[in-house]
Design a protein around this ligand. Structure first.
Ligand SMILES: C=C(O[C@@H]1C=C(C(=O)O)C=C[C@H]1O)C(=O)O
Length: 274
């Protein structure tokens, strides 16, 4: 995934510290979601909401996710007015996002109790706010927009969706899980074990070599070092029982909000295969 939040995981592959018998493909979340579902990728981070829409198509890689326990630092709603005043107004969603877009719909419906009209557009704060009263941003565009708003003092209400979710439910929020295509995994269990082990090894190295990852992140983005360091502390990569409970809570609300068609169970590679 072509965002800073994936660098701690892919650093070891990029640096050749872990051998991965695969070709790496980059893109924003919705592009990778589409490629996996069209059978053009074998293993990828997938927007968590897309897993709930296609549980028969994928198996979750154990012990890995893109999550937060409270603020996430890169998923923001930026609004010209307080959220309660958005009733009947338009909100732009970025065409890069699936999970955060679903989360925002859930929050408006069940937490803020505000009825808004959504429009999906390219991820560009200025253009979004020219067409609507509020805009959702994710990933590196959200980081840049946040800094811009902070530095210019633009009069926008800024809400971190990881933080709003935590206030609403008390739970962690899982934005993406790594999945392997189910047909591929069942046909090629040994290759799947190899890819899963490579990802887990890469994650360990990314955590251990935190400073080197930070150097590379600063070099690549040109963002201030303290800002990037703080951000990389907010993003979590765990997928233990507490994260899974947070994810199932998200799925419950997604179902209640009409964003998914069934209440799914988590099928995790190596744990239980439905
Ligand atoms: C934390 C983030 O979570 C992302 C949000 C996603 C989504 O909305 O579909 C998908 C993958 C994650 O990278 C982020 O990109 O800022």
């Amino acid at each position: 995934m072509d965002y800073l939040n994936c660098l701690p995981i892919y650093y070891a592959f990029e640096r050749g510290l872990v051998d991965v018998p695969a070709e790496l493909v980059k893109g924003p979340p919705t592009r990778l979601n589409g490629l996996l579902l069209r059978g053009e990728l074998e293993i990828t981070p997938l927007s968590s909401i897309e897993y709930a829409r296609h549980p028969d198509r994928c198996l979750i890689v154990p012990g890995l996710s893109i999550s937060s326990d409270g603020p996430v630092g890169s998923i923001f709603l930026m609004s010209k007015v307080p959220l309660t005043e958005l009733d009947g107004k338009k909100v732009c969603l970025p065409d890069t996002s699936a999970s955060a877009a679903a989360l925002l719909k859930i929050l408006f419906h069940h937490y803020y109790h505000v009825d808004v009209q959504f429009e999906t557009t390219a991820s560009d704060l200025e253009q979004m706010l020219a067409r609507a009263d509020a805009a959702l941003l994710i990933g590196d565009e959200a980081l840049a927009a946040y800094l811009h708003v902070r530095n210019t003092g633009a009069p926008l209400v800024v809400v971190d969706l990881g933080e709003a979710w935590k206030k609403f439910t008390g739970e962690r929020m899982v934005f993406a899980v790594w999945v392997v295509r189910r047909d591929y995994a069942l046909e090629r269990p040994q290759e799947t074990d190899g890819l899963v082990a490579a990802l887990q090894r890469a994650r360990e190295i990314g955590i251990r070599e935190r400073e080197a990852v930070l150097d590379l992140a600063v070099h690549r983005t040109g963002l201030p070092r303290d800002f990037v360091a703080d951000y990389l502390k907010l993003v979590r990569y765990d997928f233990d029982a507490e994260y899974q409970r947070g994810l199932l809570t998200f799925y419950d609300y997604a179902y209640k909000t009409g964003l998914t068609e069934e209440r799914v169970r988590l099928a995790i590679w190596g744990e239980h295969l439905a």
